[in-house]
Structure formats: structure tokens, C-alpha cells
Ligand binder design. Sequence first.
Ligand code: ANZ
Ligand code: ZN
Length: 874
Amino acid sequence: ASTSTNQNIDKSQAVWKDGQTDGEKPVSRQEKKRSYILSMFPYPSGSLHMGHVRVYTISDVLARYKRMKGYNVLHPMGWDAFGLPAENAAIERGADPGVWTTQNISNMKEQLTGMGVCFDWRTEFMTCSPSFYKHTQKLFLMLHNCGLAYQAEATVNWDPIDKTVLANEQVDSDGKSWRSGAVVEKIQLKQWFFRITAFQDSLLRDLDALDKHDQWPERVLTQQRNWLGKSSGAKIKFGVCIEGSPWVQVTVFTTRPDTLFGVQYLALSIRHPIVQDLAHRLPKLRDFLSRAATLPPNSKEGFLLPGVQAINPIDIVAPDGVQVEKLPVYVAPYVLSGYGEGAVMGVPGHDSRDLSFWRQQNPSNIVYVVVDATHDPVSIRTVTSGSELPEALVHPGVLNERCGPYAGMKSDKGGKQIIADLQSRGQLASTADSWRLRDWLISRQRYWGTPIPVVHCQSCGAVPVPEDQLPVELPKLDDSVKGKKGNPLEQIESWVNTTCPTCRQPAKRDTDTMDTFVDSSWYFMRFPDPQNAKQPFSKEAAEAWLPVDTYIGGVEHAILHLLYARFIYKFLSSEGLLPQYQKRENFPVEPFTRLISQGMVHGKTFSEPATGRFLHPSEVDGAETANPMIKRSGLRPAITFEKMSKSKHNGVDPSVCIAKWGADATRAHILFSAPVSEILEWDEEKIVGIQRWFARVAKVVDMCYKGSSSNGCEKTDFGDLWVRCEKAPLTVEILNAPDHDLKNFSPRDLDILLLVASTVSSVNHTLEHNVYALNTIISDLIKLTNKLLEVSDVVIDQSLLLWATSALLRMLAPIAPTFSEECWATLQQDPKISVWCDHHWPGSNKFIFQTPFPSSPLTPEAQTLLQSQWKSVN
Ligand code: ANZ
Ligand code: ZN
């Protein structure tokens, strides 16, 4: 049999295209089981890297598997095509970013095809084409309509030499511009935000459902939760006495009401109303305030307000005999005016910011009220300033005896109790949560992005562009802007100047474009309906395909992309554009039912043992063998696996690898080398192992072929096997075999039968429930191959061998599509027959062993297996 691994790609893909296995349009209302398998779409940087090869191999295996099971599969591909690299290439080389992007896309598309990945190219789009970003702008308008897109001032990085705004990635670690080298300034600019905080509750709550169904990796769930960062807190009222004035109340926001007994002062922000009031009377305070405005927020300076004292509200509920202490009140720039209540209860013992402030203001005692429950019971630590540096004990624990009636309670319980008691005495303003999540700043002062569809008019303000005037198209760049600094959009006057949609007076377009994360926040909803000119997608298409069943991508997108996509999905669902039901009962509105995050690919790295200098592979003899040697010294190089980078000379070009080893071997090797979520150490030295395995598969196929022709065995319908075992002598009936004959199977035959059964059930289990262990499929199939090779030259039932081999090839097909296709043609003795045309993915539950199972002479393993199979049917 001819079994080269790389020449038949076109055939297996042609079958796909002809629609023999997937003849339906992406939008289909046909009652067929559907599966939407999506891998994160790439940025068209120019060429694929090994990380791409890994992720698309995984998604291709899952998609092909589902297709073979008879599902109608959506496995789409598109391009995340806006962004800085294209813009920079444009400015530097005078190339049009659109042209640069499309060139890259055609190159990468060719590479993907060479990998043997079967995407449905009918769905292809790029986010930079007007027919796509028209709908991104529509999304903006919808959010704007709902009050979820708004403008506010925000701080940006400003390059004073290039006079341009910089993305964070363009600012070096020493705070200088990557291009001009100028020290980057922070300036305030009016920018657009999406109000993601309006959805924070469901964004947090629904993570629990994903967790419960075990569909998302724990690591990602934790990162999402931390990013949302909900902390439950309370607003507590403190009585404040200002000499010569009536009592007033100051409310503070705290997340640690359990530390109330440890309060040693109050601190107010410089904009607090009381402070502003007092400033009229106190010239020294005025001086301080004007100086404080220029201090950094981490400054520990403060101003003690004379004649002002506060009373801890807990003293009102404290037992008799506790002395009511008067607390000093400070003005301090470290208290932010825009957060909480602009006032803080200072707890130096348990908050590090409070501690460093307190140590600067007042060298007196530090009060500790919460002790670490796991430590020894030295409960009160009152540290005076001295040789030993005090530290804040920031973790929750157990309340100590300073806390009166609450002593001995755990932090959370004590905190709740304190709040309840304050409430009953009217000292509680409210309970309140605080979130780490901030609204999403989407404005970019850049050219190569989706224009924000807004016109600024002197009399009407910011006016959204009416929907029927979308898309607001990016103007072409002409030579006048090439090589210029700043945002080219601002310089194209013919584009900037327009008329106000409301009053028809002259007005100016918004020159900001949207963060590219906006494009990727909804692209997956477009794939089911990529040609729709009127809407982002039709409701029917959404109902047919959403949510995505399996989403595969790198862990670097664990936070922002997924959070934004979840937000926009929830928003569109709340607008009635998405199905309200989910495929799974009691499942919340979430865009990605199952998430698979794959690990990085690290490259084999050589270095000089003595100096640690990284070696170029050309400095090493036998770099791909087990015994590399440094050419110059004859010594063995140190070998490590590290993130691929130019400086380490450890990058691997997928095209070179595929040209050398074939797409199928590359795919199998990448799957076999590591479990999906773990770092993959790319070591080409081991790919020969895969090649040898393929050679063994080919040999099995050859033997089958010879065997079957010499026996005059008819072509078998390789459907699932229904088996009945009779009492000794062992007979097994293949119930759906063409002849329905009772066959006398030897114990050896039965061994094979059982090994196939257990392999099928293990492979199925992995593909359905344990995708992270895809590597085990390869070892399962290797084991089966070895067994078949071992028995194929001794006498076993030929139709059984044929059937076993057919199962092997069918399970191999999603992994090594081209190779298995060729083997299949050999086995079938007919090159026109495709492994893909056959919807018979071997199904484990169809091995029905009917009673009674035999007691001997099977091997013990075979007996156990047979028994368990038998039980599962009964
Ligand atoms: C007392 C306390 C004791 C606090 C303790 C913390 C630990 P997050 O979690 O980030 O929301 N805080 C409140 N308002 C503030 C403001 N305007 N400027 C600066 N800090 C402010 O932080 C909430 C905590 O930040 C609050 O809880 C408060 O300090 C402080 F052992 O209250 B805490
Ligand atoms: Zn107007």
C-alpha cells in the first residue's frame, strides 16, 4: 500500500467540500444533531506558529470526530484582522494595512490547508472588512441606546515627542516610549467606555454553573472570579464632633467590619465635604490641600484636623466599662475621592496602607484584633515602634479578647454579627459590595480599527450615526499620512468633517477606533450567519447554532477576551437576539458551554553548559538526535525547553516541519507529546516514533488486504459489531454481519475483539468527557496496532481482523486524516471509497455481549472486561 503521509490532503478535503459528509449550509434547520466547535481565530501576523498548529489540530480532531458521528458540525475560521502590527507596518513601509493583512491571510490560509485542517471556509470573514465592522458599529449603537456605552475622562499614556497616545504595550518597563524614547506622560482624555459592570452579578454567578458541570478549567474560572473581584463590604457611620459645630456623621466604606475594634483613626479624602468646609476656616488646611493635589496616591502624608474627633460606633454597643475612645481625624491623599465614600476607617493592625500611614503620623501603639487562627494562641500583639518592624496582619482569622462579646468568633461570622448589631442601632448606612471590575475602556487613538460611529456636533453633542448610514468606513490612507506621527484619522480632514445627523450643521467624526477586543467579543455569533448584510446574525441562525459547544484556545485569553465575550453575549441575550433557552437544562446564558484551554509550545533550547550562552542549532551537530554535540568544543550542550524566541534560537517553523514529516505525523506528534493543557516540549527527535507507528499501521492494513483476498473474503460492511457469546465451546455471533452466521471464535479471536471493544470505549470516553487527555488516544491506538500486527500473521478469523483494522483506521482518521484515508482505500480495495463517507464511528455501547459470558479460557483481563461490558447492558 502506498502510505505516504502528505500527498492525499486534497482528496480528504475535497470530500469535505463536496459535502458528502457535511452537505448542509452552516445555517440549517434540518433536524440533525449539531455541534459548534470553535478555535480562537488568529491574528493574521503573517505565518502560523507552533501554538496555532496545536490549537487547530485539537479543534480539527474534535470536529472530524463529531462529523464521523453523524453530527452537522460548524467548524469555522476567520481573522482577527484589526490591530497595531498592521498599522505599524503601514506607517513604516508605506504599505496599506488592508493589503498587508490580506496578503498575510492568504499565506496563513495556505498553511492551514497544508496542516490538513478542515475548516468550513464558507464561513470565513475578517473583522477589518466593512461588511463585518458595520455590525460591530451596530453593536456599539445598541449598547449606546441602552446607556451601556458612554464617554468619560480617563488617563492615557501620552508620548510628548511623537504627540500620540500609546498602548500599554508600547511603553517600556522604564516608562519610556518604545519609538521616541520619551518619558511617557499620563494625561486625561475623554474616552468611550462599555458598562460591563452592569452585568457583573451574572458574570460572577454563572461561573458557578460552568464549574458545576465541569466544563471550564478551574484555573480559568479562578482567574475570571479574581478579575471580577467582588468584595462584600459595609458602609458604617461614625459620629464626628467638630469643635464649635453640631455633631455630624461620616460614612466609611469597609470590606473588613470584623476589624472595627481595631480602628485607630479616620481619614478623609481631600475632596470630602467636611474637609472642603473646614478649609474655609483653616488656612493651614488650605495650604495642605493645594500641596496634596500634586502628591501621588501612595503618599503617606496627612493633615491632622485640629479640634475634630470621631467616635467608633461599636463603642455604643460595647459592654460597660470599655472606655469610649476619641479617634483622631486626618485628611490624607491616599484616600481616593472617587471610591467608596471617600473616607476610611484606619486599621493599622490589619491594613498595610493604613499601617504605613499611621507609622508616619503617629508612633503610638498598633492595635491587633484579629489573630491567625492557625498560629499559637499568643493572641494580642501590641507592637510598639522600636526595633521590631510591625506588620499588618491582613488575613481573616479569629477575633481576640479586645473584641468584647465577639471575641473567639471567626472574622466572617464576627463581621456579620457586628454589622447586624450596628444595624439594629442605626449605625449602619448600608451593606455594599465593591468590585475590582471597572468599565471597559474601548477607545483607541488608532487608525486600524473599527471607527466609533459617533459625530460630535457643537449644538447636539455626541450624536450616534443613524443605523442606515452604517458602516462608517475607514478612509483610505494616502501618501500624505505615511510616516506621520499620531492618529492618521485626525489628519484626514475630508473624513473628519461631516454634518450632524440631527441638525445638519457642520460637525466632526469621532476619530477614535474600537479596541480589537470588541471585534472578538462577538465574532463567534457571526459564524452561523456570516453573509447576513442586514443584521449581525439572524435569530434563526443563533437558535440553530449558539451557544458554542466547544471553544478551544490559549490560556493567555483566560481573562479579558472571555469576559468581554460573555458580557456581550449576555447583553445581546437580554436584548432578545439570542435564544433564551440553553441546550442544557438549567444552564445559564453563556456563550461557551465547554472551554478547552491548551498549554504553550516550548522549543528545544541548546546552551553552552559553562556560560549559559544560547546556541544556534547550526552550532550543534546532531541537533535532532539523542546525542547532540557542540561543534566548536565537542562537548554536550545543555538542553532545556523554553518559550520560543529569537534570542534563544529555539523557534520552530511549522511549514518546515510539515514539509519534512508530513502533516499527519506532525499532528499526531503534537497530540501525543503532552496532555492538552500542559506545556508541550516540542522535540522533533521523537517524531520518528510516530512515523514507525504509521508504518506498522500500514503493515497491518497490508496483511488484511492479502489475507482477505487469498481467503476470498467478501468486502465486509464495517458496521458496529453486535456480539453474542455462547457457552463453551466459545461461539460469538456477529449479529449485524452480512451473513449473520454464528462463528466459532478462538480465545485469541476473542482477545482481539475485546481489545477493540475496550479501545473504542476508551477513545470515546476521552473525546466526549476528557479532551484534556487526547494524548492517551494515541497510546490506545498504538497498543491496538501492536496487537493486530502481532496476530495478523497467525491464524485468526479474517473478517474479525478486517473489522478490527477498520475500527483502528476510523479512530485514527480525525488525527491523521490523509494517512487513514489512504489506508482505508487499500483496505476497501477501492480508491474511491472514503473513510469520511462512512458515518460509522465505532460506538462502544453497541458491543452487546449477551449472556452468559464464558468463564474460560479467556485471559483474566478479557474476562473482567467482558463481565463489565455485560453488566453495562443489563
Ligand atoms: C478597614 C479595613 C481594615 C480595610 C482592614 C481593609 C482591611 P477594596 O477591597 O479594594 O474595595 N478604602 C475604602 N474606601 C477607600 C478610599 N476611598 N480610598 C482608599 N481606600 C479606601 O478595598 C476596600 C478597603 O479599602 C476598605 O476596607 C478600606 O479599608 C479601603 F483590615 O476598611 B478597609
Ligand atoms: Zn447637531
